[in-house]
Ligand binder design. Structure first.
Ligand code: S3P
Length: 192
């Protein structure tokens, strides 16, 4: 597999903020599937939904998953609906370590409302969005690693995540071992 880290989770889960920080922390490139789609299409996600409909957007996501297989060593933030198709979680796990940024529905809903233009939220009642969240949970749950983000900020999420990724990513060095007595040489003031 491509040694990528793939962040999944509902709208408002913090995939973009955590992904950007995580990539910086690991010295890797950061990629967002929504950006890959808007760059290819030359229009924004709300424009794609308005002009071509959700089904077209989902077809573009399918094409994007195929392109992700070419990536190596990147941190990838996915759109909230991208992993939620039968067979997708397996395909994503073949491309990298899949991380679910899990948050309580109330918290992610509030964040999703606050930031960004999200066509999936437009004109839908809170109960409908919660039903979508519940329907998607079984897909997110198939991630390799789950981090609970409730009540913590993106920096704290990254701090929780890095040790969990250490065993999985071949390019990450293990945590530094504490120095041994012999490596410290003789004690204070004993000179050369
Ligand atoms: C979607 C989530 C969005 C974007 C599109 C559809 C979804 O990404 O891909 O509007 O179906 O949940 P974010 O999860 O980054 O908001």
């Amino acid at each position: 597999m491509g040694d990528n880290v793939i962040l999944v989770g509902f709208m408002g889960a913090g995939k973009s903020s955590v992904g950007r920080l995580l990539a910086r922390r690991l010295g890797r490139c950061f990629v967002e599937t929504d950006d890959m789609i808007t760059a290819r299409e030359g229009r924004s996600i709300p424009e794609i939904f308005a002009e071509r409909g959700e089904a077209h957007f989902r077809a573009l996501e399918e094409e994007t998953v195929r392109l992700l297989a070419l990536k190596s060593g990147d941190v990838i933030a996915t759109g909230g609906g991208l992993p939620c198709r039968d067979g997708r979680p397996d395909r994503l796990r073949a491309i990298g370590t899949v991380v679910w940024l899990r948050g309580e529905f109330d918290a992610v809903y509030e964040r999703a409302q606050r930031a960004g233009a999200r066509p999936m939220l437009a004109g839908r009642k809170r109960e409908e969005i919660e039903a979508l969240y519940r329907a998607r949970e079984p897909y997110y749950r198939q991630a390799d690693v789950t981090v609970d983000t409730t009540g913590i900020n993106p920096d704290q999420v990254v701090a929780k995540l890095v040790p969990l990724l250490r065993d999985r990513l071949s390019t990450l060095s293990p945590p530094e071992k504490p120095p041994t007595l012999s490596s410290l040489g003789r004690g204070w003031g004993e000179g050369k």
